[in-house]
Design a protein around this ligand. Structure first.
Ligand SMILES: NC(=O)c1ccc[n+]([C@@H]2O[C@H](COP(=O)([O-])OP(=O)(O)OC[C@H]3O[C@@H](n4cnc5c(N)ncnc54)[C@H](OP(=O)(O)O)[C@@H]3O)[C@@H](O)[C@H]2O)c1
Length: 321
């Protein structure tokens, strides 16, 4: 069998792991660059992975070498926090805007025909947060090379085994007696990670997605309060949830920003929640995602580390909403 070669930037992360695992059933074989080989070497166990390479993808010469000879590039690199700046801070600029500009330029220079780019639902140049503004400029960068066939994906918040979202709220409720929640009434339309991964894998060869910006959102809209309650219930530690008024929420975020390590929430994250994280319409039929997995059918299992009982299968919901 002849294999096609694919470079997956950000392949060591939550969504990357699911995308790469799904590629095992295809004829794509993957190279994954990472900043920390030790943290990503487990990917070598997947049959779709040819190599995991410690590399600085922000170095043009390194990027050029990685991209050369590939038949496609997927870019999943993303961060949630940055130093401040206008219209966004330097860390967002580097990871979300400069990187896709340099990746697509390297693709064009090396004749790589296909590029799939990960953005985020709500990306807009006039969005209320630095995160979403930088994602919007990243999309412009992603489409900047006419010779590279590009597709951009904008997922809502993503749930599934290993997620950062429901798992975090489940963990917090294990040791906190009460949840003081910022943005409690903000709306979200979570999408299952396997649906996101399938959209990426299918798009590699689906020419109808070229030039498109595709939203990916799940079958149901929830408030953040409802999602936190579900995370508590499914993990067996449901705590009272108290919504924080805006000034208190901002104060809480400011304190957390000054704690060591990655902050749980920042003021910029709060700004992101000023607009509902909800799709503008049904999923594009060209993505071939006829069914979308409901959060209620998988979260109770992965939040407790249980496997579904025999005969219990994930509930699929028609994507027409
Ligand atoms: N998870 C969600 O709910 C969600 C929702 C909407 C959009 N997205 C977008 O989807 C993408 C993947 O999300 P995820 O949840 O899988 O993220 P993740 O688990 O945090 O993984 C992020 C990946 O990006 C790489 N990375 C991070 N900062 C980097 C930097 N400065 N330079 C180079 N590589 C860097 C990491 O690679 P190494 O550490 O191995 O170098 C890692 O593989 C992101 O673009 C994110 O914005 C995610």
């Amino acid at each position: 069998m002849t294999f096609r070669s694919l470079l997956v930037l950000g392949g060591s992360g939550f969504i990357g792991g699911h995308v790469i695992a799904k590629l095992a059933q295809t004829d794509w074989r993957v190279i994954v660059p990472t900043r920390h080989f030790e943290d990503a070497k487990h990917l070598l166990e997947l049959t779709s992975v040819d190599d995991v390479i410690e590399a600085d993808i922000h170095d043009d010469a390194v990027l050029d070498q990685l991209v050369r000879g590939q038949q496609a590039v997927i870019n999943l690199v993303g961060i949630l926090h940055s130093r401040p700046g206008s219209p966004y801070g330097p860390d967002f600029a580097k990871a979300h805007v400069e990187l896709p500009r340099r990746v697509t330029a390297a693709c064009a220079a090396n004749g790589v025909p296909r590029y799939l780019h990960m953005s985020a639902l709500g990306a807009a140049r006039d969005a209320p947060s630095m995160y979403l503004r930088s994602k919007a400029d990243g999309e412009i960068a992603a489409f900047s090379q006419p010779s590279v066939a590009t597709t951009v994906f904008r997922p809502a918040v993503v749930f599934g085994e290993g997620d950062h979202f429901l798992n975090m709220f489940a963990s917090l409720q294990r040791f906190l007696p009460v949840m003081l929640l910022a943005g409690a009434e903000a709306k979200f339309q979570p999408v299952y990670v396997e649906d996101v991964a399938q959209a990426f894998v299918d798009a590699l060869l689906n020419e109808r997605t070229i030039g498109k910006t595709c939203e990916l959102a799940g079958p149901k809209v929830y408030t953040l309060r409802e999602l936190v309650r579900l995370a508590g219930e499914y993990s067996g530690h449901r705590r009272p949830v108290i919504g924080l008024p805006e000034p208190l929420a901002r104060f809480q975020a400011m304190v957390l920003e000054h704690m060591p390590g990655q902050p749980l929430i920042t003021r910029d994250n709060l700004d992101s929640m000023k607009v509902d994280n909800v799709a503008s319409g049904p999923i594009d039929p060209e993505l071939w995602l006829d069914d979308l997995v409901a959060l209620e059918s998988v979260a109770p299992y992965y939040l407790t580390g249980r496997k579904p009982h025999t005969g219990v299968d994930v509930v699929h919901t028609r994507s027409g909403r």
